[in-house]
Design a protein around this ligand. Structure first.
Ligand code: PAF
Length: 283
C-alpha cells in the first residue's frame, strides 16, 4: 500500500491503476479506523481490483461546538489496518490540500430534502460539509464505485442523491453496520465513552430492535412507539436527540401504508453523540 498526500500524486497513482485496466473502489473515511472500516475495505477488494481509502478529518462537516479538535488522528495505526484489510492506495491530504482557497471560499454542495431533519437539524451545515467533501473526493479519484457504512443512514441517502442529481458516474454501495458483541454499532466516537457510558450505550440498538419487532407485529401507532422508545433510552441515562420512523427510501416521515421503513436514533451519553438505525421491510 502506498500513502499519498497530494491530489497530484493521487491522480498519478490512479492513472497507473487505470492503465492496467483495474476497476477502482473508493472508501472515504475520517480515520481512527475500526472493524467497520476494515469491512468496507475488504468488501471493496471483493468488488474491485484496486482499493483506494481516504483519511481526512473534514472540518467543513463539524459545527463550531463539535469535536473537530479532539477527533482522534491515528494515521500510523490506520495505515496498518488498511494494509491488512487489502487497501492499495491511501490518500491522506492536509486541510490546505483539500481546501486550497480556504474553507470560507469553498464551493459548497447542498443536497435538499434528505439532508433536512434528524442529523441535518441537530448539526446545521453538517451534510453540506459531507456532500462537498464526498463530491471532491469522487472527482479526485473518479472511482467506479464507492462504499459507505449503513450506520450513517441519512449520510448514505444524501450521497446517493448527490450522485444521482449530479450524474456522477459512480456506483454507491451501502454496507451493513458492524457491531460489538453487545450490539453497539462501531463508531470512532465510542472511544470517548467511559466504562459506565459504554455499558449503557447498547440500549440504543436494543430499543431499535424492540420497536422493529412491534412494527413487524402490526403496530402502526408511530407516535406511541416513539414515546416508548424514548423512555427506554432515557431510563438508561442517555439523552435522546431524535428517534424517528421514516420511509426508508425518501426519509420522509413514515405513513401507515409504507412498507420500507427505517427507525433512526441519535442520543447523547454525556457529550458524546451516538447514532444508529434499523431498516425493515413490513410483509
Ligand atoms: O462517514 C464519514 O466518515 C465521513 O462523513 C465521510 C463520508 C468520510 C466524509 O467526510
Amino acid at each position: 500500500m502506498i500513502t499519498v498526500k497530494t491530489v497530484r500524486e493521487l491522480r498519478a497513482a490512479i492513472a497507473r491503476a487505470r492503465g492496467e485496466g483495474k476497476r477502482i473502489a473508493l472508501v472515504p473515511t475520517m480515520g481512527n479506523l475500526h472493524a467497520g472500516h476494515a469491512a468496507l475495505v475488504s468488501k471493496a477488494g471483493q468488488r474491485a481490483d484496486f482499493v483506494v481509502a481516504s483519511i481526512f478529518v473534514n472540518p467543513l462537516q463539524f459545527g463550531p461546538s463539535e469535536d473537530l479538535d479532539k477527533y482522534p488522528r491515528t494515521l500510523a495505526a490506520d495505515q496498518e489496518k488498511l494494509l491488512e484489510a487489502g487497501c492499495h492506495l491511501l490518500f491522506a491530504p492536509s486541510v490546505e490540500e483539500m481546501y486550497p482557497d480556504g474553507r470560507s471560499d469553498q464551493t459548497i454542495v447542498s443536497v435538499p430534502g434528505v439532508s433536512e431533519g434528524m442529523c441535518g437539524a441537530s448539526r446545521p451545515g453538517h451534510f453540506d460539509g459531507v456532500a462537498t467533501v464526498v463530491c471532491k473526493l469522487l472527482n479526485m479519484v473518479q472511482p467506479d464505485m464507492a462504499l459507505f457504512g449503513e450506520k450513517d443512514f441519512q449520510q448514505l441517502a444524501v450521497i446517493r442523491k448527490l450522485v444521482r442529481d449530479l450524474n456522477m458516474p459512480v456506483q454507491i454501495f451501502g454496507e451493513p453496520t458492524v457491531r460489538a458483541e453487545d450490539g453497539l454499532a462501531l463508531s470512532s466516537r465510542n472511544g470517548y465513552l467511559n466504562d459506565e457510558q459504554r455499558a449503557s450505550a447498547p440500549v440504543i440498538q436494543r430499543t431499535l430492535k424492540l420497536l422493529g419487532e412491534r412494527l413487524q407485529a402490526g403496530s402502526s401507532d408511530f407516535a406511541q412507539l416513539i414515546d416508548d422508545g424514548r423512555q427506554q433510552i432515557e431510563q438508561a441515562g442517555l439523552r435522546v436527540d431524535y428517534l424517528e420512523i421514516r420511509e426508508a427510501n425518501t426519509l420522509q416521515p413514515a405513513r401507515s401504508e409504507d412498507k420500507s421503513l427505517v427507525i433512526l436514533a441519535a442520543a447523547f451519553l454525556g457529550t458524546t453523540r451516538l447514532i444508529d438505525n434499523l431498516a425493515l421491510h413490513l410483509d
